[in-house]
Design a binder for this molecule. Structure first.
Ligand SMILES: Nc1ncnc2c1ncn2[C@@H]1O[C@H](COP(=O)(O)OP(=O)(O)OP(=O)(O)O)[C@@H](O)[C@H]1O
Length: 237
């Protein structure tokens, strides 16, 4: 069994004539939480989408749990245990919370919904509310909970804290930590909330122009203000 959950090797990808990922390489160990940070437009979302198989590779390869999945569809990758929580928050507005969760169950029994409600008690309270009646934080919880019901071994989360108030961000991060303890799941989190992402993650990579320019232990990077200012360009407190 490979000790690595994910190996991204020299990946090239883009849109039309534009190259976005240009020799992107990074790894995620089993059970590891990796933060991916960098300025706007450097290719973080595209990196997650390439791993999931939503954006096709133009070069390089992606190994998931030791298997080359580069040529597999997003659906096939999901079946193998890859999950993506997109930036847009994947909530069906016309369905209730419970119906949204049922859509994530795939072939599992309905009783598995209790996993989602245990992790996010707010969703249990709002199980009969419409997806369009939820706050931003609740939508994010629903989006993550639905992805988890598919029992992914690696969860890719694209800016899950975006636009949320500090208290809700802390609530979500606490649930993410709990989720890791319960399931041993590996996580890649893309975040603009750099200090919070680094506090949550074990390791971090910084992207620039579609490649990794710096890699470090997350706690160490959190104190490395020179590197953060150089590559992320934001004040971190
Ligand atoms: N569907 C698309 N079609 C064409 N160009 C795209 C598409 N999605 C992203 N891009 C472009 O690809 C580049 C990388 O975008 P991407 O969203 O991967 O960066 P990012 O690092 O996630 O940025 P942000 O932090 O702003 O979300 C940008 O120049 C963007 O405009």
């Amino acid at each position: 069994m490979s000790a690595l959950m994910l190996e991204v090797k020299s990946v090239q990808a883009g849109y039309g004539p534009m190259t976005v990922l240009d020799g992107l390489s990074f790894q995620v160990a089993r059970g590891e939480r990796l933060a991916m940070i960098g300025r706007n437009g450097v290719g973080k979302t595209t990196a997650l989408r390439a791993v999931m198989g939503v954006v096709p590779l133009r070069g390089g390869s992606i190994l998931f749990a030791g298997e080359d999945v580069s040529r597999l569809s997003a659906h096939q990758r999901a079946e193998r245990g890859l999950g993506l929580v997109p930036q847009t928050r994947d909530v069906f507005p016309s369905l209730t919370v419970e119906e949204n969760l049922l859509a994530g169950l795939k072939r599992r029994p309905k009783a598995a919904l209790s996993e989602a409600y245990d992790l996010f008690p707010r969703l249990a309270e709002r199980r009969h509310n419409g997806g369009n009646q939820l706050s931003g934080g609740e939508q994010q919880m629903l989006s993550v909970a639905r992805a988890l019901l598919g029992q992914p071994r690696l969860l890719l989360m694209d800016e899950p804290l975006e636009g949320l108030a500090p208290l809700i961000r802390q609530e979500l991060l606490a649930a993410f930590r709990h989720m890791g303890q319960q399931t041993g799941i590996s996580v890649v989190i893309v975040e603009q909330q750099v200090d919070e992402a680094l506090a949550y993650a074990g390791r971090a990579v910084i992207l620039d122009h579609g490649a990794v320019v710096h890699e470090d232990d997350a706690a160490k990077l959190a104190k490395d203000t020179d590197t953060l200012e150089r590559w992320v360009g934001m004040a971190v407190h």
